[in-house]
Design a protein around this ligand. Sequence first.
Ligand SMILES: [Zn+2]
Length: 73
Amino acid sequence: MGKKWGHYAVGGRSQPVTCIYCGRLTPRVKAIPVRKGSWLDTKVIPGLDRRKVFIPSRKAYACISCAKHRGLL
Ligand SMILES: [Zn+2]
């Protein structure tokens, strides 16, 4: 019967990420990576020509419920 150290990765690779839709903190392993900038900025700036303006796509995350709701899964 040994001790199971390291079973819970505390402060390790599983840092919580914020859902871009609801703002909820989600474990990164359960979060769905979303490319921010392809659809969001076109809504923020109406009439933006994306061919002329380069929009850097940032990596964002969405929780599972939001990803399912928006058809990202
Ligand atoms: Zn969410």
